[in-house]
Design a protein around this ligand. Structure first.
Ligand SMILES: CC(C)(COP(=O)(O)OP(=O)(O)OC[C@H]1O[C@@H](n2cnc3c(N)ncnc32)[C@H](O)[C@@H]1OP(=O)(O)O)[C@@H](O)C(=O)NCCC(=O)NCCS
Length: 146
């Protein structure tokens, strides 16, 4: 449930609070998959569709959609509703990538996730497409990353 302490200057839930929930939920998902400590390496595509109100009930879904050698790509969807409402509305969607690391912070291999149905296959293709796009975006951003 979003609390009064989650408020932003406009009276709704602070975007940073939602991002923290996203990171925490995705971390739980990544850790469950890797069965080891993981760190966030990338978060992308966060778009807040409409405000989340204080006092709303929140639902966050995190799903593994792709694994690399050491990375776990997770799709996160955030939903909210007024307590009295029946239906949740989607408030944001994003992709977050975690890397499994050892005690020295070095990337370690993760078990491979394999799609088992058409929906999962589409999600895996989506993750791969975004991976390609990220390479192009990072090229654009290169002068500003140093
Ligand atoms: C994550 C980290 C250990 C990776 O170290 P690295 O030396 O860059 O390792 P690599 O180049 O071998 O990459 C490791 C994985 O990260 C992935 N990765 C690297 N940059 C990425 C990016 N921009 N987007 C998505 N994945 C990325 C690589 O594809 C690789 O995955 P794969 O093995 O499945 O192919 C290191 O960057 C780190 O410690 N970052 C800080 C993490 C952190 O503190 N997060 C909390 C935020 S403060």
């Amino acid at each position: 449930m979003s609390e009064p302490s989650d408020v932003n200057f406009g009276g709704n839930v602070h975007g940073g609070t939602v991002m923290k929930w996203i990171d925490q939920t995705a971390y739980a998902c990544a850790h469950s998959w890797a069965e080891s400590y993981c760190v966030t390496v990338y978060v992308g595509g966060i778009r807040f569709f409409s405000p989340i109100r204080i006092g709303d009930l929140i639902r966050i879904e995190a799903t593994v959609i792709y694994t690399g050698r050491t990375s776990i790509h997770i799709a996160v969807d955030v939903f909210s509703k007024k307590m009295a409402d029946r239906e949740f509305a989607k408030k944001t969607h994003c992709i977050i990538v975690f890397v499994s690391v050892d005690g020295n912070g070095q990337p370690t291999e993760v078990k491979q996730w394999k799609p088992t149905n058409e929906t999962e296959q589409k999600l895996a293709e989506y993750a791969l497409k975004l991976k390609e796009l990220r390479t192009a975006i990072e090229q654009e951003m290169k002068p500003f990353l140093a």
